[in-house]
Each structure stands twice: as C-alpha cells, then as structure tokens.
Design a protein around this ligand. Structure first.
Ligand SMILES: Cc1cc2nc3c(=O)[nH]c(=O)nc-3n(C[C@H](O)[C@H](O)[C@H](O)COP(=O)(O)OP(=O)(O)OC[C@H]3O[C@@H](n4cnc5c(N)ncnc54)[C@H](O)[C@@H]3O)c2cc1C
Length: 495
C-alpha cells in the first residue's frame, strides 16, 4: 500500500462502488462510502422468508476472476472470503410446443446437443458460431470493456489497429438477430442466441451483432455460482473493504455534490457538508446530473438522452415441491420474440406472450429451500418505468407465467406457491436510484451506444469520477467491477 492521504467519497455501495473503494484504499487513500440504504451491495442483495432464501438482483455469475482479483490485489487468499461452484450446465431452454434443449459450458457438447435436437443444423456452422463469439470477445474486450473509451492512450494502443482491421467482421453494422440468422436455420436457435441482447437490457432486433461475444462468457468461460448465493459477492467485498480501512456510512443519502470553481469540494449528506478531495459517484448517471450536481453545470446532453435499458418484474416464490426437469437457470421462450421486444422498447401495453426466466438457486445452494422444495426467482423483461399501471401489469403477468410454467411442467403450480414477494421497476428505482428501474443503465440498442456511455471521469469538474452500470463500460456485475477499476486507475494516473 502506498502512502497517500487524499480523501475520497464514494456515493453508493453497488459492486462498482465497492470495486473502486477497495482499489482506492489500496492506493493509500482515506475512503468513505455513503450508502442511502441500511445495507451495502445495491442491486446485489438478498432476503429470507419462511425457510427460503432468495437473491433479489443478479443471478447469473460470469467472469469470477474479476472478484478474485480484488482479494489478490489486497494480498489475500480469495477462497478465504469468497468461493464459487463451477457448474456443468449453462441453461435449460423450453418452448411451449414441448421442444427442449440444454446447453453447456463446452463447445463440443453444445455442437452435439444442437445437432441432435435440431436436425436442420450443420455441426460446422454451429461450431463456427461459438468460435466467432470467442474471437469477438478476445479481440474487443480489452478495448471496449477493460479500457476507457475516453482516453487518447486507449486509441494509441497497437490492439486498436487490430480491432479496426476486423471491423467488417465484428457485426457492428448488422443486428444481433440478422447475425444469428447467418449461423442457424432453426428460428428457435436464432431466438435462443438472440437472448444475449438481454444481458445488457437491449433488443436483439436493434443491438449490433457484436453482442454475440456475450455468449462466450457462458459457453466459453464457464458457468459459476457463488457459495452463499450472489449476495456473497457484495458481502465479501464489503468485508474486504472494511479490512482495508474503508468506512461505510449507511442510511446516508447524498443530497448534493459540492463544487467550487470546477473542482470537487465534497458532499452534502443528511444536510451536513462533508469535505473530500475526490468524489466517485456510483449512482445512476441521470440521478447524478438531475439530483446531485448543480443545475447550471454543463451536461452531456446526448449521453443523458440515451434510453434506459429494460427493467424486469420479478416474482420470488417458495415452491412446495421440487421439479428436477429444471436446473439452476431455465428459460421458457415466448412464441413471438420480435413482438415481445417491440413492446418492451416501445413501452407498448402488457404483452401476453412473455419469455420467462426461472432461476433455482437451491440446485447448487441446497439450503436455499427446505428439503423437497424449490426457491424460485421468476423474471420477465419489461420496459423501464414510465408511469405504467404496475399493479394491473403484475396481476396479468402473474396469471400468464403461472399458466405457462404449469403447462411446461404438466402440473398447476399455483397451489404450490407457499411464499411470495414481488419486485417492480418503480421499486428497483426507489431502492437503488436507477432511473426507471433500468437493470443495466442505458440500453445498447444503438450501434454507437458504447461510445455514448458516460466517461468514468468528468470532463468539466476536477476530482469527479464515475463508476457503475450506467457509465462505461456498462451494466452487469463483471462490467461494473471493471468500471470501478477504470475509475480508480484514472484517479491514480491523474495524481
Ligand atoms: C433483478 C435484476 C437482475 C439482474 N440480473 C443480472 C445477472 O443475472 N447478471 C449480471 O451480471 N447482472 C444482473 N443485473 C444487473 C446488475 O445487478 C447491475 O448491473 C449491478 O449490480 C449494478 O451495480 P452498480 O455498482 O452499478 O450499482 P447498484 O447496484 O445500482 O448500486 C448503486 C448504489 O448506490 C446507492 N445510491 C444511489 N444514489 C445514492 C445517493 N444519492 N446517496 C447514497 N447512495 C446512493 C444505491 O442505494 C445503491 O446501493 C440484474 C439487476 C437486477 C435488478
């Protein structure tokens, strides 16, 4: 640890704020994290009810080494703080006509599974899909995900030349849907691989084909799940931060960021002024500009005009029976995926044909449900909150998903629901200040979305930095951890 007495305030204890706080403490800075909730972790939180445990937010865990890396940087053994299962299945997919397929974290097994279940497909083309996803990931991740797109240095790196020379093959000029149709004849497979658009809250009919690379995270880099559930990510990182001297102030909503002559001075928290040399803002970028920063300051208009990503309705159900046909991650696909996304991106009325995601954490974390029962996290994608009648929508979605899951399982699940909690977009907003309850900051529906995301550093205020799902490189746990890294490294460089 280097000696450096700069004081840093981090606004928010989401996974990005935790990642930044840990790295800044390791730089020797005095770090205070202000969190409006009574708990740390932001979207990565959990609850227990009647013997069932539920993760409330993320359920898919990829790129675990990004979590491990934070412990390693601190000279700790990661497994003393955080452990995870490595699972042998990616996801089980179901269609209403009875078709089913399971995919794996293995290209060979996927080629076999796909060509067996869908006789239309050529093994060579299927293999090419996975190979191309890997190539796109390996080529672009260091540029688009691990570096700032707002630093000249990034563009001077030799790897950028390689990315530029590959642009025609990256799929930047076609949609993910168009791209997937080049690999698969079977519409169900196109639908299956289109679902990777939802990993950042986008539509496969608008987001560019480069998003194919997301599938490599699961099929090429493995499927994992933390011991203790997703909540273990935020809690183990909070523990590490505390051990490194980071102070946490909970129930501490930041009301304003104080500036003087284009330089950060500190914050107003619970009506008191607190002075800091540096502020790292982990809250949603729209919340930061609309609520925390002075109204008369220069704003990145194009960035703030970006559409929020989609949101979700989540039903947490304790189910009084176990269904072995379902695994850790399961998807029951809609019949008209295109119309489903059209409704989501145009904020159309309730769509009666939703795709349903069912996550059953007790497949790996057996104590998450009483013996012989299941802990279900059931989610459908919905538009971000724009004042819709959520009570009405919740009722309609609930009836529809019970009908669909019952049809797939061949058993009425309604009487099996022993306990229930529901999370809506307005609740996600009020718990995390994510505008509209967007899950992943802004959507990536535009080709240039990556370049329109807000930088990790303010261009007009000295000492002000940003991390989290609504800024570069985007939403999802791994990218948020990287955003904390990029912000902390930038602070160090600026010194
Ligand atoms: C239901 C759901 C399912 C998801 N599924 C997945 C998944 O499977 N895999 C995946 O990788 N990602 C998933 N995500 C997305 C992922 O959870 C997020 O991208 C990530 O956790 C966001 O982290 P963050 O650091 O940006 O901030 P957040 O988790 O949004 O935390 C921001 C924190 O800042 C605090 N804050 C904001 N404003 C203030 C203020 N003024 N003063 C004090 N505190 C403030 C908030 O209270 C909050 O704690 C999901 C999200 C949700 C909600």
């Amino acid at each position: 640890m280097t000696k450096n007495s700069a004081t840093v305030a981090v606004i928010g204890s989401g996974v990005a704020g935790l990642s930044a706080a840990i790295r800044l403490a390791l730089q020797g800075k005095q770090v205070v994290v202000f969190e409006q909730n009574a708990y740390t972790g932001g979207k990565i939180t959990a609850f227990e009810k009647q013997g069932y445990r539920f993760d409330m937010g993320p359920s898919l865990f990829t790129v675990p080494h990004l979590v491990d890396e934070l412990f390693e940087l601190a000279g700790k053994t990661p497994s003393n703080y955080f452990q995870y299962h490595t699972h042998n299945e990616v996801c089980r997919y179901f269609w209403l006509d009875g078709k089913q397929i399971t995919l794996f974290p293995s290209v060979d097994r996927n080629v076999e599974a796909i060509t067996t279940v869908f006789g239309t497909e050529s093994g060579k083309r299927v293999r090419k899909y996975f190979d191309d996803a890997r190539k796109k990931f390996e080529l672009t991740a260091p540029f688009f995900l691990e570096s700032s797109l707002h630093k000249m240095k990034t563009y001077l790196s030799p790897r950028v030349l390689k990315v530029v020379s590959e642009i025609p093959r990256l799929g930047l000029f076609s949609t993910l849907d168009d791209q997937n149709k080049r690999y698969f004849k079977e519409p169900k497979l196109v639908q299956l691989f289109n679902r990777y658009a939802t990993y950042n809250g986008s539509s496969p009919y608008q987001t560019p084909g480069i998003m194919q690379m997301i599938s490599h995270l699961e099929h090429g880099m493995g499927t994992h799940f933390p011991v203790g559930g997703m909540h273990a990510i935020s809690q183990s990182l909070t523990k590490l931060a505390q051990e490194l001297g980071v102070q946490f102030e909970l129930n501490a909503k930041v009301e304003r960021i104080l500036l003087e002559k284009k330089q950060v001075r500190g914050l107003v928290v619970n009506r008191a002024e607190r002075m800091f040399d540096i502020v790292v803002c982990n809250s949603d970028i729209k919340h930061a500009y609309h609520e925390l920063l002075p109204k008369n300051m220069r704003r990145p208009k194009k960035t703030l005009a970006q559409e929020p990503s989609s949101s979700a309705l989540i039903f947490y159900w304790g189910i009084g029976q176990t269904f072995p046909v379902m695994d850790l991650h399961n998807i029951i696909f809609s019949e008209d995926y295109k119309e489903e996304f059209h409704r989501i991106s145009s904020n159309g009325p309730f769509w009666e044909d939703p795709t349903i995601y069912v996550h059953i954490s007790n497949r790996l974390e057996v104590n998450d449900a009483p013996k012989g029962k299941d802990s279900w996290f059931v989610m459908v994608n919905v538009p971000y909150d724009q004042g819709q009648d959520w009570e009405d929508i919740v009722g309609k979605v609930r009836r529809k998903i019970i009908e669909r899951i019952s049809s797939v399982l061949g058993k009425d699940i309604a009487p099996l629901i022993e306990t229930e909690e529901i999370l809506t977009p307005p609740q996600i907003h009020s718990r995390t200040s994510s505008v509209g309850g967007a899950l992943y900051g802004t959507s990536s529906n535009e080709r240039m979305a990556a370049f329109l995301r807000h930088s990790n550093k303010s261009s007009s205020v000295k000492g002000l930095y940003f991390c989290g799902g609504s800024v570069h490189p985007g939403g999802g746990v791994p990218l948020c951890i990287l955003s904390g890294k990029i912000a902390a490294e930038w602070i160090e460089e600026d010194e």
